[in-house]
Design a protein around this ligand. Sequence first.
Ligand SMILES: Nc1nc2c(ncn2[C@@H]2O[C@H](COP(=O)(O)OP(=O)(O)OP(=O)(O)O)[C@@H](O)[C@H]2O)c(=O)[nH]1
Length: 380
Amino acid sequence: MSIQYEAPLADSYGVADSFPKDFGYGEEEGDIEDSPTPSDSKPRILLMGLRRSGKSSIQKVVFHKMSPNETLFLESTNKIYKDDISSSSFVNFQIWDFPGQVDFFDPTFDYEMIFRGTGALIFVIDAQDDYVEALGRLHLTVSRAYRVNPEINFEVFIHKVDGLSDDHKIETQRDIHQRANDDLADASLEKLHLSFYLTSIYDHSIFEAFSKVVQKLIPQLPTLENLLNIFISNSGIEKAFLFDVVSKIYIATDSSPVDMQSYELCCDMIDVVIDVSCIYGLKEDGSGSAYDKESMAIIKLNNTTVLYLKEVTKFLALVCILREESFERKGLIDYNFHCFRKAIHEVFEVGVSTSRTSNQPAGTPLMKTVALNGTPRSTV
Ligand SMILES: Nc1nc2c(ncn2[C@@H]2O[C@H](COP(=O)(O)OP(=O)(O)OP(=O)(O)O)[C@@H](O)[C@H]2O)c(=O)[nH]1
């Protein structure tokens, strides 16, 4: 495998510094009784579930680069932990990690305020444990949330499936799916839709699941997919992912099916690029940026496949998978990429100006939409 790598020019952006281990995400902690601050009005993704189901581990692994083994030492969360990831990620939202023992009947717990500004509620179920209690909790949580805000996307992570055989995984998913939907039907809540994902922090399944959760909150998704389809069909590319570089969530891909191996390869490529860039791309005094306008990389695999990464915006990278023969027309690909990049910038400039003028209050359907850090201009 050969790697052709161009170190980025330092300081092209002057905003994003080099990526430290947790990428310098802003972090906030707060009690649920806190009065809402401006950042509280950002759309949220809630992480809920029983104690020790793996909520904090998911948040740390996906957004703070924690290695899965380190999560063994995480302490139990005992108050709501708000994580504002907008400063270094494309997706401008807050993740709220709840302690396992949230009590909806506690009068100090203002769940209406919380659910009103929520885009997605992720309920984590430990698949290695007996899940009967978790299913009861899931039902209570989603039915409450739905009554307050029916626009929320309800996502169920059947988590820690690394410990299960393939047959057992399928059987567990079927059983949880069946029981959860039966409970909803008994409560006449058939309209409440639950989506299920098999996840583990020990492989890429957690990133894939989070990608799908986030994609549902991106209003421009059909446009992005369309642009990717046009780009790959005119450039002889087999598969292309638009990645949020920091989290390795893919925010869009073309309409051909995603296979896990391709996604993993692309994630690994981002790691290689950022790691090499952090070591060799910065100035001697450590200043500069590990990811900027000049960031690009080409990796040729020994099976005639080429991986091609290019910067799209401060937070986004396009990673393409193509055959070596197609890569001979690199000039064409680069020209098409130039047009694609321009289109993406235009999409988000429109998105940003629309969201600035709309001035929608919290709790309206637009809050379901995640605000986006699409282009450098959008992060004022
Ligand atoms: N095998 C396996 N273990 C996991 C996975 N995710 C988390 N864990 C482990 O589960 C344990 C509990 O994880 P936490 O992230 O602290 O759980 P939590 O839901 O935040 O717990 P509370 O803060 O008490 O609500 C830790 O020991 C993790 O290492 C996974 O995908 N697979």
